[in-house]
Design a protein around this ligand. Structure first.
Ligand SMILES: *Cc1c(COP(=O)(O)O)cnc(C)c1O
Length: 391
């Protein structure tokens, strides 16, 4: 009997290098622990990485979503559309501001929000009924943001792109050009997370990108209590050097210099990690193409950033349990948000979004991260093959 891999093979995990550790230690020896030069540097570098004018670093991806909803003025009674196949935070940010979450079903071929269904939902109501759209680059596959933008413009919606799964990802637009996730050109705002399972890990951390100067400025104020400190932004001038002004109700959603030092170091290896994710995905694609009963979600898409590698099988429960006995910790992404007890209490129920529910019944995310070795991946593939062969 072959030995089992130790430790466990999870679906995703961080990669911390000696350079990462050195960068953090350097910051600990510096004058700044929070809101110092590393925060600004991380923002500048991240903005350049995705091609946006502004990047605003915050304490986590959920805080990023909350601030975006606040900055876009979500209020009680407003209705915002998102996908049921996402992490709950994509929807929760609307609830934080008292807004109503609405869903449209996914396209079963991609796992992404189906824009045709969003259009049908929009057309079924008077203009102004919905105020915003939160598409998610699920698993790392970029939403066609050109089409989403055109639809949003037609119906007067803003867009928050939840790009947590897709730093470095892109879609190819109608002119044949790559358009990067969070580039600020199409969505009003885009958000990223630096949770350890994501491409860039700072432990906790998040980023908002935008090309809108006013929104960027507003987000910076909201992340630190709604307080303005700088000259031109002050409502009362010449109060003195100490003076600061709380102009609206904000939060402490700051990230620290310590974490941004780690983020800068991680970002410098992001392309390497992305290339490794894509190579691993191509190996999985080839193996599963030759295997009966295993369907790959959206294989071979250009620009896919591969946060997750998702397969769909008939006996998902059986495969999940079998992989666990082999020390492989696969995961299910996601329980559809509308099926969460919290959202069911708000009126959603089983049967509302059949494609999302059918996807959920069969999906499984296999281990995929830059430090996964070829050997470990071959072990995962073999285990899936063995289970499928047993029927
Ligand atoms: C991880 C994630 C978030 C939340 O990010 P945190 O940093 O964990 O708060 C939001 N949306 C999606 C799609 C995510 O994967």
């Amino acid at each position: 009997m072959p030995t089992l891999p130790t430790p466990l093979l999870p679906y995703g995990r961080q990669h911390i290098s000696e350079a990462d550790i050195a960068a953090v230690v350097d910051t600990l020896r510096s004058d700044f622990l929070t809101q110092g030069p590393r925060v600004t540097e991380f923002e500048t570098r991240f903005a350049a990485y995705v091609g946006a004018r502004h990047a605003v670093a915050v304490s986590n991806g959920t805080a990023a979503l909350h601030l975006c909803a606040l900055a876009l003025g979500v209020q009680p009674g407003q209705r915002v559309i998102t996908t049921p196949i996402t992490f709950a935070a994509s929807a929760n940010c609307v609830r934080y501001c008292g807004g109503e979450v609405h869903f449209a079903d996914i396209d079963p071929a991609t796992g992404l929000l189906d824009l045709a269904r969003v259009r049908a939902l929009l057309e079924a109501h008077p203009r102004g009924h919905f105020t915003g759209l939160i598409p998610v680059d699920f698993a790392g596959l970029a939403v066609d943001m050109e089409a989403a933008r055109a639809l949003a413009d037609e119906f007067g919606l803003w867009i928050i792109e939840d790009a947590c799964h897709a730093p470095g990802g892109f879609f190819v637009d109608s002119q044949g050009k790559p358009r990067y996730c969070g580039s600020g050109q199409l969505a009003d705002l885009a958000i990223f997370s630096f949770h350890p399972v994501k491409h860039i890990a700072t432990g906790e951390g998040g980023m908002i990108t935008t090309n809108d100067d006013a929104l960027a400025r507003h987000l910076r104020r909201l992340r630190t209590h709604g307080i303005e400190r700088e000259g031109t932004g002050l409502l009362r001038q010449d109060e003195g050097g100490w003076y600061m002004e709380m102009q609206e109700l904000g939060y402490n959603y700051r990230i620290s210099d310590i974490l941004c030092a780690l983020g800068i170091s991680q970002l410098s290896r992001a392309d390497e990690g992305l290339a490794r994710r894509r190579a691993l995905a191509a190996t999985y694609d080839a193996a599963f193409a030759a295997m009966g009963g295993v369907e790959v979600l959206a294989p071979g898409q250009p620009g896919h950033a591969y946060h997750l590698y998702v397969i769909q099988v008939e006996n998902r429960r059986g495969l999940y349990d079998y992989l666990r006995t082999q020390n492989i910790l696969a995961q299910v992404h996601y329980v559809p948000v509308h099926r969460m007890p919290y959202y069911e209490k708000l009126g959603w129920q089983a049967g509302d979004f059949p494609h999302a529910e059918a996807y959920y019944a069969r999906c499984l995310s296999l281990p995929l991260y830059p430090t996964l070795t070829d050997e470990e991946q071959a072990f995962v593939i073999n285990c899936v093959r063995e289970f499928q062969a047993r029927g």
